[in-house]
Design a protein around this ligand. Structure first.
Ligand code: MRU
Length: 350
């Protein structure tokens, strides 16, 4: 998680023909890796949150398809493509809300159509996933630099969920902004919300920031309003799982509440996300908000904290409307309101 060259990679390709992932379900207790030998292993790791965070699952899913390809024994393109399409469907179904998953899978499919032989397809897909993983870090660092300009020396920044190194290949989006601000010499500190029910804030964000020696205090999700009312927060920076052309941001459940409270206390609320998180095709009503298992709410670390038989509703994401957002930090610069116009301008110049 350090931002030097000796980085821990959340997900990486190994030339022996496997994908290595940090098992995030084991953090913060132990740093363990999962070795994925085929696309089913990757799909399972995404489904059970061993790997999570929009950019990380995008790269992992792409690597899952590359694994399928190198393991496939077809001698002709048609047979390879028919298997590849099935692997694509399996990986796409793992989690519905983060668009980066589909982005990663589509990049692999597009690349595979460019080559005539099975060998060329295999070789080039492996090259592509390695490039995607290097690009992810470059993009996060660029986003970090743009975001860092918005942070003042002495700022106290609140973040929600984990949009850090562990949610990307490395460095992070929202936490990339925080890392970059610190690297530029600014003294900053962070409030990380616990982020019930899966505790990405305490298990992952606090872990990363402590590991990187960035001052962090963990707060219950329910403390956000109190902190803001008492002027203890200067800025909020969060990540995103999907951003629509209207500027609506899908992110971890609870983000909307944080944004509403920030707005009510006139605290700037920033979203940091790569361009691969933008979905310019779909509308609000087209997007599926993942509902996860009741057990995530009923139990903490396997121990029951609610009565048996109680009903549970456990949506994993919510939507923050554009009027609550101060700016969207991307690798190409900061998008300011009005978002509809400025998001479209950002994509036109690409
Ligand atoms: O359910 P998760 O842990 O995958 O949710 C992750 C988030 O909501 C992150 O904030 C988002 O993916 C941005 S990550 C850079």
């Amino acid at each position: 998680m350090n931002s030097n060259d000796n980085v821990l990679l959340t997900v990486s390709w190994d030339d022996s023909g496997y994908v290595k992932l940090i098992d995030q379900t084991k953090l913060p207790e132990t740093l363990e890796y999962i070795v994925c030998k085929n696309h089913h292993d990757v799909a399972n790791a995404i489904k059970n949150l061993s790997i999570r965070g929009a950019p990380a699952i995008g790269v992992a899913a792409a690597m899952g398809l590359a694994l399928y390809t190198i393991n496939d024994e077809s001698t002709n393109k048609q047979d390879l493509f028919s298997g590849l399409q099935k692997a694509y469907d399996i990986l796409l179904k793992t989690r519905p809300t983060a668009i980066n998953l589909k982005w990663g899978l589509d990049k692999i499919m597009e690349e595979s159509y460019k080559y005539d032989t099975v060998d060329d397809i295999k070789k080039n897909l492996v090259q592509l996933v390695k490039k995607m993983s290097v690009d992810d870090i470059t993009i996060n660092k660029s986003m970090g630099k743009f975001g860092s300009n918005l942070i003042n020396d002495g700022d106290v920044i609140m973040t929600h969920c984990n949009a850090g190194s562990l949610a990307t290949v490395s460095y992070g989006t929202a936490l990339g902004v925080i890392r970059s601000a610190k690297e530029s010499g600014k003294k900053i500190s962070v409030f990380a919300t616990e982020t019930r029910p899966v505790m990405q804030g305490s298990r992952l964000t606090a872990f990363e920031l402590v590991y990187d020696n960035i001052e962090v205090s963990l707060v219950p999700d329910t403390a956000v309003g109190h902190l803001m009312m008492n002027k203890m927060v200067d800025k909020v920076v969060v990540g995103a799982d999907r951003i629509l052309s209207s500027g609506h941001v899908f992110n971890k459940i609870g983000t909307y509440q944080v944004a509403l409270m920030a707005n009510s206390h006139t605290i700037p609320f920033y979203v940091a996300a790569p361009l691969s998180t933008f979905d310019l095709k779909n509308n609000l009503e087209d997007i599926v908000i993942e509902e996860r298992s009741a057990d995530e709410v009923l139990k903490i670390a396997g121990k029951w904290v609610a009565p048996r038989g109680v009903k549970v509703f456990n949506p994993a994401f919510d939507v923050t409307p554009p009027n609550l957002i101060t700016g969207i930090i991307t690798e190409n610069g900061v998008i300011n309101p009005p978002f509809e116009k400025n998001i479209s301008a950002m994509f036109e110049v690409r």
